[in-house]
Design a protein around this ligand. Structure first.
Ligand code: DHB
Ligand code: MG
Length: 220
């Protein structure tokens, strides 16, 4: 099925999420710089843009910048005066991301913070920050902790989105000993048990294979 998923992804992607100089240069730059090829697809980027627009988010937090391809989609969807804060562990990735964001014309709206996201999140909480939309897309082992911090950085109505929660279906295998799958399962259990969240999961197929997004809104 992968062939047809890719074909359909390309069909709708070219129609609805066409590339431009900023986006295509970022993807090329990421590849040339040796970053892992795990950027969101164009249609997934457009989905992030959709979520920012429909939620009216002005303050966006991204956990896991990689080379900033998803960050460009998030930043472009912001209203005037809006900001994205994006957290990245690897200084090499952050450097590539800043260059990509600059070339795409959005660096003035984005703050790239290098370091362990768990440390940075704690600092953001201490400084009283809050966000309207939070996109979790970093190491899967830490998703449970990221959810806890995301809640502390939320207000009523904040949207929390997490990438890669299906992992080719392995998430439904309770015996899977891959720590990334276990991290996502624990994340899902916390999401389910959290009375402040209303949550769902959207399974996806496309050029990145079979995966999915978790979607939550803070309701209490
Ligand atoms: C992986 C991480 C991602 O964020 C992604 O979108 C796809 C794969 C990974 O670590 O395998
Ligand atoms: Mg991802």
């Amino acid at each position: 099925m992968q062939d047809v998923w890719t074909k359909v992804d390309n069909y709708f992607g070219e129609l609805l999420a066409p590339s431009d100089d900023g986006l295509s240069a970022a993807l090329k730059e990421n590849k040339d710089a040796g970053l892992p090829p795990i950027d969101v697809t164009p249609l997934q980027g457009k989905f992030l843009e959709f979520l920012v627009r429909v939620s009216g988010a002005r303050r966006v937090l991204e956990i896991g910048a990689l080379g900033g391809h998803s960050t460009i989609w998030l930043a472009r969807a912001l209203p005037g005066g809006g900001r994205v804060v994006t957290l990245e562990l690897e200084s090499h990735h952050a450097k590539v991301a800043r260059r990509n964001l600059d070339r795409a014309g959005v660096l003035d709206r984005v703050e790239v913070i290098v370091g362990s996201a768990l440390d940075t999140l704690s600092t953001l909480v201490s400084s009283g920050e809050s966000f309207d939309l939070i996109f979790i897309d970093a190491d899967k082992e830490s998703y449970p902790e990221y959810l806890g911090w995301a809640l502390q950085l939320s207000r009523l109505g904040t949207v929390i989105v997490a990438d890669n929660v299906v992992r080719e279906g392995r998430v439904a295998d309770s015996d899977c000993d891959d720590p990334r799958v276990q991290g996502v399962r624990r994340f899902a259990e916390l999401m389910a048990a959290e009375p402040r969240l209303s949550s769902t999961v959207l399974q996806t197929v496309g050029s990145k294979g079979y995966d999915g997004f978790a979607l939550s809104v803070v309701v209490g």
